[in-house]
Design a protein around this ligand. Structure first.
Ligand code: ZN
Length: 416
């Protein structure tokens, strides 16, 4: 790859204040060689120079929760009956041809790149997303899902997961990682959680769990009531043990929470749960628009941040939110957490990287990190505002170009 030098009116490094008239030099190895004010960044001979005028250059965005294999399954807005929605989603997945998953994953990944997102943390069970990431030379963590609500399924589910992960390891690269996702407390038994977590610990695999998302999940674990409990009884599945635990406490008791664990949603969480997450070092993928679309309520974002919990932003799937727009999530998080623009934006750059344990490699424009960046044109009405506000006012259609390890992976075809 040839080296390239990018410049623009504003550069947002994410680990330092905004630079007016900034530049970024990405070396032939795809990593950042220099960054800073325009006059301080070298122009080595033979380097491709590109100036983006009034645009804002910022780190490639990090989406900490996607289901890219579900791209194309979106239909009606999800409604507020979560257990019923899960059942309908299972049926829609079963009706989709196996080869359609890879196609969906490729389209979903292309949509992410076009929206300035360079790294995804994705959960799925088809294996299509890790393949799509590897093919595209992408960046991310693909968490392979495992299901099994009946304790008797533990051995078979774990064996199938291990086999699947071994099979998919051929797609792992320097930038494409594999993890595991024991799906959710309403779809995985306590014994399967414990066994999967123990195996992931030995293998040093990252773990992602949908956690404390709906009131129905809390009713199942805390009181043995609600739609999931009724479904369990109807299918002869014993209710989770021990009873009377919040979802977060229940997972901690099964050894799931650690600094390798990404907890997705975490809406139904009180002060004790926040303290548990902080104590165990687990991180949170905050998905405010999905939580709202399903009627789950609002996650205690301010409490997470005050407790020092690592938090990134996630869109969840197109089935939940219609389209993937991480900056819309940042706007919602800003309101929910009472954050300033820079902090809200950091949730989809450096804080997102921290939530995934990847902050040494991505998340800010700093020498040595990967040359991942998005170039955003200020939308009408936002020109002249501080650059963080310009970015927060924008959306996927305002992304002029996206670079991944210095490669140009998206460029708008729209006339400015
Ligand atoms: Zn999800």
């Amino acid at each position: 790859m040839t080296a390239r030098r990018l410049s623009a009116r504003w550069l947002l490094p994410a680990d330092r204040p905004a630079v007016e008239h900034g530049a970024l030099l990405i070396g032939p190895d795809g990593r950042i060689a220099a960054v800073g004010p325009e006059p301080d960044v070298p122009r080595p001979a033979g380097v491709a120079l590109e100036d983006f005028g009034d645009a804002v250059l910022l780190p490639g965005l990090i989406n900490t929760h996607t289901h890219l294999e579900l791209t194309g399954l979106e239909g009606e807005p999800p409604g507020h009956d979560f257990a019923d929605w899960i059942r309908r989603l299972r049926e829609a997945k079963a009706a989709r041809a196996p080869e359609a998953y890879l196609d969906a994953a490729r389209r979903g990944l292309a949509d992410c790149l076009a929206a300035g997102v360079t790294t995804v943390a994705d959960t799925g069970d088809s294996g299509a997303v890790i393949q799509a990431l590897a093919e595209a030379g992408g960046s991310g963590i693909a968490y392979q899902e495992v299901f099994g609500p009946h304790p008797d399924q533990r051995e078979a589910s774990l064996a199938a997961l291990r086999q699947r992960v071994e099979h998919l390891r051929r797609f792992v690269t320097e930038r494409v990682r594999i993890g595991v996702s024991p799906h959710a407390p309403y779809s995985v038994s306590g014994p399967l959680y414990a066994a999967t977590s123990e195996w992931a610990r030995r293998e040093a695999l990252p773990v992602a769990v949908h956690l404390a998302e709906s009131p129905a999940e809390s009713a199942l674990l805390e009181r043995g009531t609600g739609p999931f409990s009724e479904a369990w009884r109807g299918r002869g599945i014993p209710l989770p043990l021990p009873p009377g635990r919040t979802p977060v406490a229940w997972l901690e008791e099964h050894g799931v929470l650690s600094d390798r664990t990404l907890c997705i949603h975490v809406v139904q969480a009180g002060p004790g749960d926040v303290a548990r997450l902080a104590r165990t070092g687990a991180s949170v993928a905050h998905c405010p628009l999905s939580n709202r679309a399903h009627g789950h309520g609002a996650a205690p974002l301010g409490a997470f941040l005050a407790a020092g919990i690592r938090v990134g932003l996630g869109t969840d799937s197109t089935v939940s939110v219609g389209r993937l727009d991480l900056l819309a999530e940042a706007r919602a998080a800003r309101v929910l957490g009472g954050l300033d623009a820079a902090r809200a934006l950091a949730l989809c750059t450096l804080e997102g990287a921290r939530a995934l344990g990847l902050e040494a490699e991505i998340g800010s424009l700093a020498p040595g990190k990967w040359g991942d960046c998005a170039v955003i044109r200020p939308p009408h009405g936002a020109a002249g505002a501080p650059p963080e506000e310009q970015v927060l006012a924008s959306g996927p259609r305002d992304v002029l170009a996206t670079f991944l390890g210095g490669r140009n992976v998206h460029r708008t075809s729209r006339v400015p």
